[in-house]
Every structure is written in C-alpha cells, then in structure tokens.
Design a protein around this ligand. Structure first.
Ligand code: FAD
Length: 342
C-alpha cells in the first residue's frame, strides 16, 4: 500500500486582495490541471482555497479558471491579510482535507504565508519555483505522486530540482508569470465548500494600523504584449529605443544593469530579481543574455536581439538576431516600422 493513500488532490492557495484575485493563482490552477492530467490514474482534483471576508461569490470565478472545487474560508478575521490568521486557517484546511500538494504564488504574501504553514505542518517547501512536474516513473513504481519542483539557485546560475518524498502535502511557492494562463470557461461547474476554522485565539499578535496604497508604477511590464528591452549596450540611445516601443505600441523594460546605472526604474527590470514576462515579442537591445535576465523573458513568443557582439549569449535564445550597434540599428528600425505602417 502506498504511504500517502489518504492524501489526494492538488490544492492552490487563491490569493486575493479586496476581492481581486491575483493572476498567479489562476496560472497555478492552469498548471495544476496539467499535473493532474499527467496522472489520471490517481483521480486527483484541482482545489482552490479562497480565504477572505465576503469572498464566497468569487468561487465561481475560480472554477471558471479550472478548479474542480473551491474551499472558501469566509471570516471577518481574514478581511485583510494577516500572517497569523491566514496561516491558522490554511493550516486547518490542509489538516482537514489532506491534499497531496499545496501550491502558492511566490508573491510577497505567498512568500510570507507558505513557509509559516509548512512549518506548522512540519513538511517541506520548495520556494520560488519555476517548474513543476510529476515524476511519472516514481508514480508507476510506488503508487505515490511525487513532484519534481525546480528553482534557480546559486544566483540563478544553476537550476536545482527539489523533491519532498517523505511528507505530505508537498508545498511550493511558484513565481508569477512562469506558467501560461489557460482560457476561462464560464460554463464550467464545480463544488464549493465552506470551511469554518476554529480559532485558538482571535487576538491579533500584530495590529495593522494603516494600509498605505503603493504608488502605482506608470507601467506594468508584465501585462505588455510587446516589450523592447534595454541593456547596458543601449543606454546611449534610450530615446530611440522608446520610439521603437511607441511605434509598435509596446513598453520599454530593461536589465538590472540599466537600473543600477540609474537609467530606468526597478519596476521595469526583467529577470530573476525583477519581473517575469512572456510577451508576444521581446526585442532585446544591447543585452548580453545573462542567465538572471533570461530567466525572466525566455518564454517570450518571439525574441529578436540586437547586439554588437556576435558571440553574445542572448543570441542563443533568440529567434532572430542582428549583429550591430544599437545606436545605428534602432533608428533604422523606427524608420522601417513607420514605412511598414504607412
Ligand atoms: P552587460 O552584461 O554589460 O551587457 C551589455 C551587452 O551590450 C553586451 O553583450 C555588449 O556586447 C552589448 N553592447 C554594448 N554596446 C553595444 C552597442 N552600442 N550596441 C549593441 N550592443 C552593445 N540582471 C537582470 O537583467 N535581471 C535580473 O533580475 C538580475 N538579477 C540578478 C540576480 C543576481 C543574484 C545576480 C548575481 C545578477 C543578477 N542580474 C540580473 C545581473 C546579470 O547577471 C547581468 O549582470 C545583467 O543582466 C547584465 O545586463 P546587460 O546585459 O544590460 O549588461
């Protein structure tokens, strides 16, 4: 008999703020669908766990995005995020339902919550993952579903695959934007279960005195369909690079070097310590192709690179490359786009 027979299903923590569900939760549900489909013999479901106050009405939206079932914990104590109450409630959901695995977005909230829950459950957690697969051979041999969870390590120079063989649930936080969002199906039906936690205390250990809204960045590079990426090699022609973006209806993003050199804001940084993007088109200008940058953009549909060094690493992940000086190539590109549009 398999060791973890009573543990079933893939749970996804559905993160919300003021009733707005974080897109990463839907990315994880989309990926969890693929994981359960890879082991149909286990009959696992994809279950969303939605915590908050007055959030029950959001359950159907979660089902439309691919969940078979949603467990809703609706409680005034969960109105705003609190490490204490969220960790209490989620731990109780897990103890009561025994999921095989529990996935959480590697957002600031997810990075705070998941380790607390893992510690309370005394189980392993793979943080900041970028890839998840079921080990099919292991499943065949043992009858257990084991997740191979991969994450960048050693400053992004290596990728490590971590498994949690001996405890359940297998927990992981996964970076936003690494998994594709499946199309929604509003006709999809599923089960909604309400869960009432039994609070050991309702006295908060931490009081939130005031929530200060973050000043929104002027752009959100993760939502752009066309990105023109500036590297150190394009710092002397950022005005033309902006023109390329404007002509294409795109947005300018950059490498960490450009942020460190003070040319663009950190909100525009792509990569391991920046944002992960997957636009239809990424034009990399004067970017060397360091692994830490590529980790954030290598899933773009089409990558076109301009670099004066024919050996630049960026060409290895590009669909098309131009060897040349950005200051020369970019103005020509602006003219060609204008001509094509005329
Ligand atoms: P460079 O490496 O200096 O490359 C400039 C390129 O431009 C070269 O290939 C050069 O041939 C070319 N070039 C120069 N002049 C011209 C010209 N006139 N015309 C055309 N081409 C020209 N980096 C990120 O981007 N994002 C991250 O999130 C990130 N996180 C990191 C995390 C860690 C822990 C570490 C250690 C590093 C991280 N980095 C990150 C930094 C990363 O390692 C690289 O240093 C950085 O991406 C390099 O940026 P770059 O390509 O703009 O600059």
């Amino acid at each position: 008999m398999a060791r973890f027979e009573e543990y079933k299903d893939i749970f996804v923590f559905v993160e919300q703020e003021n009733g707005n569900i974080a897109e990463v939760s839907y990315e994880l549900i989309s990926e969890a669908r693929k994981l359960v489909a890879s082991i149909p013999e286990f009959g696992y479901k994809v279950v969303g766990v939605l915590l908050g106050e007055n959030v029950k009405e959001k359950a159907q939206e979660v089902i439309s995005h691919g969940a078979d079932k949603v467990i809703v914990v609706d409680d005034a104590l969960l109105k705003d995020y609190s490490t204490q109450f969220y960790a209490d409630a989620l731990t109780q959901v897990v103890l009561a339902h025994k999921p095989d695995s529990m996935l959480t977005g590697a957002t600031p909230l997810g990075r705070d919550l998941a380790p607390r829950v893992a510690a309370r459950l005394n189980v392993g957690l793979t943080a900041d993952a970028t890839k998840i697969e079921v080990d099919l051979e292991y499943a065949k041999e043992t009858g257990e579903s084991l997740l191979d969870v991969t994450r960048p390590t050693f400053g992004g120079n290596l990728f490590g695959t971590i498994v949690c063989k001996d405890t359940r649930p297998q927990m992981a936080t996964i970076r936003p934007k690494v998994f594709e969002l499946a199309p929604t199906d509003t006709t999809r039906t599923g089960e909604v279960e309400e869960f009432t936690p039994s609070w050991t205390t309702t006295d908060p250990q931490v009081f939130v005195e005031k929530v200060i809204e973050k000043v929104k960045a002027d752009v959100d590079i993760t939502k752009a369909n066309i990105l023109v990426g500036a590297g150190r090699g394009a710092e002397n022609c950022l005005d033309v690079l902006q023109k390329v973006a404007d002509e294409l209806g795109g947005v300018v993003c950059c490498t960490r070097a450009v942020v460190e050199d003070g040319f663009l804001d950190k909100d525009r940084q792509v990569g391991q310590t920046g944002k992960t993007v997957r636009p239809s088109l990424y034009i990399a200008c004067g970017i060397s192709g360091a692994v830490q940058h590529c980790a954030g953009m290598d899933k773009s549909d089409l990558i076109i690179s301009i670099n004066r060094d024919p050996q630049a690493e960026i060409f290895n992940i590009s669909n098309m490359g131009f060897v040349g000086d950005c200051a020369t190539v970019l103005p020509l590109l602006v003219e060609s786009i204008k001509a094509a549009k005329a």
